[in-house]
Ligand binder design. Sequence first.
Ligand code: DGY
Length: 325
Amino acid sequence: MTVPERPVVTVTRRLPAPVESALAERFDVRLNRQDTPLEAAGLQEALATSDALLCTVSDRLGAEVLGVEPLRARLLANFGVGFEHINLDAARARGIAVTNTPGVLTEDTADLAVALMLMAMRRLGEGERDLRAGRWAGWHPMHHLGRRLSGRTLGIVGMGRIGRAVARRAVHGFGMRLLYASRTELPAGEAAALDAVHVELDRVFAESDVVSLHVPSSGETRHLVNARQLDLMPPHGILVNTSRGDVVDEGALVDALARGVIAGAGLDVYAEEPRVNPGLLALPNVVLLPHLGSATVESRIAMGMRALENLVAWSEGRELPDRVV
Ligand code: DGY
């Protein structure tokens, strides 16, 4: 298939200015200046009238949307590492390539996971909410006691790039002991440098003070954290999720937090974003962030530039650097 000399690329959401400018230099870009999420009809129109889409996690590119006729688009350059919002089988069947942006948001997402650990262990969200609501009557020794993070045991589920970046921070910054469950074990040198012990999933939950999730969303990982795993955790345990919401059974988590089965949670992702389970909203012992893992100027520019690299490679008929399909 030949790619037009100046392909039409629909950019589904507003991106940092340097990215939009770089895209416009190279392609006939259609920008979403209002930044309103495209519904199914808007996505289908883009698929029917553009050569490629630069899409994001807020675009639901399911089989029905990708079934549009006539189809013009040949590439979905996803702005983000996770691609569960794209039906890969349908993309493959329709001859649409899919790329993502791995590696460029690792450090920021790891930073946010550590921030959530601290927020949940030290009850910082509760403290801030109290102060803003005028409920702070001054310092006193028993006010708002949290728990120390340093020196605790961290359990990591999923030792990919982000899991490893979290592990480095936890071990070198907070002197934490490390257990992890992952399909692939760390290379011996790295495991030794982190003193990381590879264990079964259940042991991670049973023996960690904090469990941090770093697995992609898939049929296999859906509700990987459920009532059974939460029951294994110690009552002072904290769950942190910066991966994808559906990895956790949110109903079971609400129940565990409400009954004191675990002490708290720090969440950045939800099963039905942007809807947040009302049970979570009602609980004081959970920190709730609006999917901010990669939300830094640096990461968002790097993500855009990485998507651009994939678009350029595709337009030049080269191998796609971050091909998913
Ligand atoms: C990612 O890269 O997957 C982030 O969650 C934003 O989509």
